[in-house]
Design a protein around this ligand. Structure first.
Ligand SMILES: NC(=O)c1ccc[n+]([C@@H]2O[C@H](COP(=O)([O-])OP(=O)(O)OC[C@H]3O[C@@H](n4cnc5c(N)ncnc54)[C@H](OP(=O)(O)O)[C@@H]3O)[C@@H](O)[C@H]2O)c1
Length: 315
């Protein structure tokens, strides 16, 4: 592998930063994002900061009606103002903790049935310590996977209106094979980085399974944004942030593939995992391929933990 292909390889850390994005962006087709999203209702969790906020701005600029979900009311209203500046219709903020069923259920009731055409599952956490939610779930698992699935299920259980979803995963999953005990926070020692990686791998498997089960009616994609300069990287990984800061991507660069997957009319690989607008194999590191049996077990647990129909995820 020569240097330039090493830089372009999707799983090589050097390509996760700004240089990798700039190298690939030169071959992006501008026409892919010349789309009119007028009248298209889009929900973005974690749309009040970082990648989610940048994605919301880009989608609003193309005419979409944005709903931003987050926990912090003040931050949320400021973000909605910011997004509205680039929009034809006003963006709204909805307070929701996606890792907490009481909050998810209340929001689903308040929004009513089928409020969205497209949805970006972007909110995510990487805590350093184990925390168990009021629903008895480890918080990373609840926030990054189970709660978002429950929200999607309650809003549109048969995907009657919601036809396209995008999960913001992470390159952090590349080296970590799926382990259900680690995913569900049941190991003796809690390791936040591994717990996070487990949820990020499970998000990709979930998107793929949902697309297989419900496609072409539903198109579910996942992507990894690279390494992006956002508040959560600084607070969750301070040492990493200090070392990599100068070559991290901007939030807009990190959001680019999520925006493209949400907005474009270009043909896409159903259930695909994308990085910089290209589909990639997320199981290319030896030992990370998930068996059919383990995948089945994963969805049994996730559906039970989310208290949703198993068929919503996979057949
Ligand atoms: N930055 C990177 O380098 C990077 C790399 C790989 C993957 N990602 C992924 O990208 C996504 C966005 O991260 P970011 O770096 O843009 O972080 P960020 O700037 O810190 O934004 C996180 C957003 O999620 C919201 N949020 C957090 N917990 C939530 C909860 N329980 N319920 C609802 N909203 C919640 C936050 O708002 P409130 O705090 O108000 O709730 C905020 O809007 C995450 O899924 C992350 O795993 C990021």
């Amino acid at each position: 592998m020569n240097l330039s292909s090493a830089l372009l390889a999707p799983f090589v850390p050097a390509s996760f930063g700004r240089p990798g994005f700039l190298a690939r962006a030169s071959s992006f087709r501008a026409s892919d994002l010349e789309v009119d999203l007028t009248g298209v209702a889009i929900g973005v969790t974690g749309g009040t900061s970082g990648i989610g906020l940048a994605a919301a701005q880009a989608l609003a600029a193309r005419g979409a009606e944005l709903t931003l979900f987050g926990r912090d009311e003040r931050k949320g209203e400021l973000a909605a103002d910011q997004v509205s500046r680039s929009a034809r219709t006003r963006a709204r903020f909805v307070r929701c903790d996606v890792g907490d069923f009481a909050s998810v259920d209340e929001v689903a009731r308040a929004l009513g049935p089928r409020p969205f055409d497209r949805f970006v599952h972007n909110a995510g956490i990487l805590p350093s310590e184990r925390r168990v939610t009021a629903d008895g779930l480890e918080a990373t698992y609840a926030t990054n996977l189970v709660g978002p699935l429950r929200l999607e299920f309650l809003l549109d259980p048969h995907h009657e209106r919601l036809r396209r979803t995008v999960w913001v995963s992470s390159g952090g999953m590349y080296l970590v094979p799926l382990d259900l005990r680690e995913l569900r926070g049941q190991t003796k020692r809690f390791d936040g980085v591994r717990a996070y990686a487990q949820t990020k791998r499970a998000q990709i498997l979930t998107a793929r399974a949902m697309s297989r089960a419900h496609g072409p009616h539903l198109a579910a994609y996942s992507m990894h944004p690279g390494w992006v300069d956002t508040p959560s990287v600084e607070s969750s990984l301070p040492r990493f942030y200090r070392v990599t800061r100068s070559f991290l991507r901007t939030p807009a660069q990190g959001a680019d593939t999520a925006v493209w997957l949400t907005a474009t009319a270009a043909p896409l690989e159903a259930g695909g995992f994308y990085f910089d607008r290209e589909a990639h194999d997320f199981e290319l590191v030896p030992g990370t391929r998930t068996s059919v049996e383990l995948e089945r077990e994963l969805f049994d647990h996730v559906a039970r933990d989310a208290r949703i129909d198993r068929a919503f995820i996979s057949t």
